[in-house]
Design a protein. Structure first.
Length: 109
């Protein structure tokens, strides 16, 4: 008699190397002026929040990336992570991060 394989559910994704896990922002459905955008006219959203960073990125003082930072990134190399039903999680290489949004300018070191 064959045994049933136990189903495994994962709750955590740890990026490896120079990568971060990002939750992609939802695309805007309306402009600031209140004009509704049809689906065909949508511009792909390339902003998101960093959910997790790899140990390599965390220990690199040259990279100003931290968990929960809002970032602008190039979507070409993003890898989808099927962990949640909305599938808005992506692993991206840090070289695809083009900007970090900050409330205040960081102090020079």
């Amino acid at each position: 008699m064959a045994k049933k394989a136990a189903s495994t559910t994962f709750e955590y994704v740890e990026p490896i190397g120079d990568r971060v896990l990002v939750r992609k922002d939802e695309p805007k459905r309306e402009t600031r002026g209140g004009i509704a955008l049809p689906d065909a006219a949508e511009i792909p959203t390339i902003t998101g929040r960093i959910v997790t960073i790899s140990a390599v990125v965390e220990n690199d003082e040259e990279l100003p990336l931290r968990q929960y930072d809002k970032i602008l990134f190039h979507p070409k190399n993003m890898i989808p992570v099927d962990l949640e039903h909305d599938n808005q999680l992506f692993v991206i290489p840090v070289e695809d991060v083009v900007a970090v949004f900050r409330k205040n300018k960081p102090e020079p070191t």
